[in-house]
Design a protein around this ligand. Structure first.
Ligand code: FAD
Length: 281
């Protein structure tokens, strides 16, 4: 289906983009367009103005902050994450997971900012960024604020980015010895996840986050508590994951029943933690 008529703006600075977004009712940021253009074609969204972020070099940078955080601009594409030496050094799991998103066309155009702003519960990056304890920087006419990944995702297609605001960058602590893992079951190779989990293990502690089981990523708090100080043996990790499914209330859909997702959540959490602990590839 063809797009409805829509105004198009291509600002050359972040301030100009924010001015356009905050002064035009019905204006929407356009990043890679891999979700937005599709929902516009399906008539599920009908913005009056598209504010294309592609010329905003400030949003395309990957680097390090003074305190050693990996900083990724919102307009960095999955392909750029995969090619980045900074990501490779600081947190290679980000590139590994990006490399499994959909196909080469989507990876060439889709952006880390678009992936999180769309807050689709089946997207790859939200649970990973919660597990990595990332921080999101949001800018609006009133200034800049930061939000933890855990507070960023509010629901399906709902995030802490308010109307007239832009997500500008995502900051991720460099690993400094932490191990990371990501596992799940997809619909076909490189397809959408039915359920997934991300984990980090640092010292004797783990952060474990499950995706596709609710409107936003869910911390597996009980499993984390049971893992504290553990030896992260397969037996210990499996035992810590027991009962995780019963704490979740995932939806049923064409890809799997609620019970199947509960089961997959447990299996994925075990695999992600074992990978993070270096006990599984
Ligand atoms: C065939 C296909 C399969 C896919 N499979 C998967 C998959 O398995 N896993 C997965 O994770 N993703 C998948 N995707 C989605 C893809 O990853 C999209 O790239 C992503 O969801 C949106 O990123 P985008 O850069 O294209 O954003 P856009 O589509 O341009 O924007 C998405 C939304 O975010 C808003 N937005 C974007 N950037 C900003 C910003 N900086 N500040 C504020 N708001 C912003 C836009 O206004 C819009 O509402 C798939 C896409 C396609 C087409």
């Amino acid at each position: 289906m063809l797009l409805r008529e829509v105004e198009y703006a291509r600002p050359s600075s972040v301030d100009e983009a924010i001015a356009l977004l905050s002064t035009h009712e019905g204006a929407r940021a356009l990043a890679g367009g891999q979700t937005l253009v599709n929902v516009m074609k399906a008539r599920a969204a009908a913005p009056e103005v598209l504010v294309d972020l592609r010329d905003l070099d400030d949003l395309r940078a990957i680097g390090f902050s003074a305190d050693g955080m990996l900083e990724i601009g919102a307009m960095v594409t999955y392909a750029e994450l995969m090619a980045s030496s900074e990501v490779e050094v600081a947190r290679p799991i980000v590139a590994e997971v990006a490399s499994t998103i959909a196909d080469v066309q989507v990876r060439n155009r889709g952006t880390i900012g678009g992936n999180v702003c769309v807050s689709d519960p089946t997207n790859h990056l939200p649970p990973l960024l919660v597990a990595l304890d990332a921080t999101f920087t949001i800018r609006g006419a009133g200034g800049e604020r930061t939000v933890s990944a855990e507070d960023f995702f509010l629901g399906v297609y709902m995030t802490a980015v308010a109307e007239g605001e832009l997500l500008t960058k995502i900051s991720i602590p460099a690993s400094s010895g932490a191990g990371d893992g990501f596992a799940g079951v997809t619909v076909g190779a490189h397809g959408t996840y039915v359920a997934n989990a991300a984990a980090t293990v640092s010292g004797g502690d783990a952060r474990v986050v499950v995706g596709c089981v609710a409107a936003f990523p869910v911390r597996a708090a009980e499993m984390e508590e049971r893992l504290a100080g553990s030896d992260f043996s397969e037996e210990a990790v499996r035992s810590a994951a027991q009962g995780l499914g019963t704490t979740l209330d995932p939806p049923s859909d064409v890809h799997g029943s609620s019970d199947y997702r509960r089961h997959l959540a447990e299996v994925s959490a075990v695999r992600a933690v074992l990978q993070a602990a270096g006990r599984r590839k």
